[in-house]
Design a protein around this ligand. Structure first.
Ligand code: ADP
Length: 199
């Protein structure tokens, strides 16, 4: 399988790039943010629990998020996909460890972690702009956006070190033409998936 992780701060372009990569490599796209918003829209218990954290710009507790991903590998296989693209997951070291186990149980592993690098001011501008049309309340409030970036710096950034230690981390400049960034990501995937292929 080809299992990609799109990594980077809120507003770095993970969702946009995931759309291109999933088509090109025939991957199942799993966005934990989308899964959570879906739970909220359906009024589930999980959604109710997650909503308070999301509205405050905080991470949803690990066990809630991890619990949603149990069937991911079976789902991608039954859909005939070549692997999975994880967008917005893992966001903590505990989630990274849970993912490692979940994939190992199914005889597979992370192929590469693509880290989109974008500086802070650009992120805030992009999220506020997205907020004009996304309908997401967490995109409209400057304090909530700052909180999300702060959560990223304290809880998510250490995940980069976890993958660096495993020689799986690639940093890609996330500012520039969308197609050029896509191309840089594809080149990295091709380089790594030949190195770490599990068939
Ligand atoms: P963005 O990348 O712009 O922050 P997402 O849609 O990925 O947008 O996430 C929106 C919110 O959903 C996050 O601020 C967080 O509250 C919650 N969330 C998404 N993924 C996770 C995760 N893996 N762990 C914890 N919380 C998450």
């Amino acid at each position: 399988m080809i299992n990609l992780i799109l990594f980077g701060p809120p507003g770095s372009g993970k969702g946009t790039q995931a759309e291109h990569l999933k088509e090109h490599f025939q991957l199942l796209h799993i966005s934990t943010g989308d899964l959570l918003r879906n739970e909220i829209a359906n009024g589930t218990k999980l959604g109710m629990e997650a909503k308070q954290f999301m509205d405050a710009g905080q991470l949803v507790p690990d066990e809630v998020v991890i619990g949603m991903l149990g069937g991911a590998v079976d789902q991608s296989r039954s859909m005939g996909k070549r692997g999975i693209i994880f967008d917005g997951f893992p966001r903590t070291t505990a989630q990274a460890l849970a993912l490692e186990h979940l994939l190992a149980d199914k005889g597979t592993a992370v192929s590469v972690v693509l880290s989109l690098v974008v500086e802070e001011e650009e992120l805030t501008q992009r999220i506020l702009k997205r907020g004009l049309t996304s309908g997401r309340s967490d995109d409209n409030d400057i304090d909530t956006i700052r909180r999300r970036v702060q959560e990223y710096r304290t809880k998510t950034e250490p995940v980069a070190g976890f993958y660096k230690d495993r020689d799986l981390l690639v940093e890609i400049e996330g500012v520039g033409a969308i197609e050029q960034i896509t191309q840089a990501l594809m080149n990295a995937v091709n380089a790594y998936s030949s190195k770490h292929s599990d068939g």
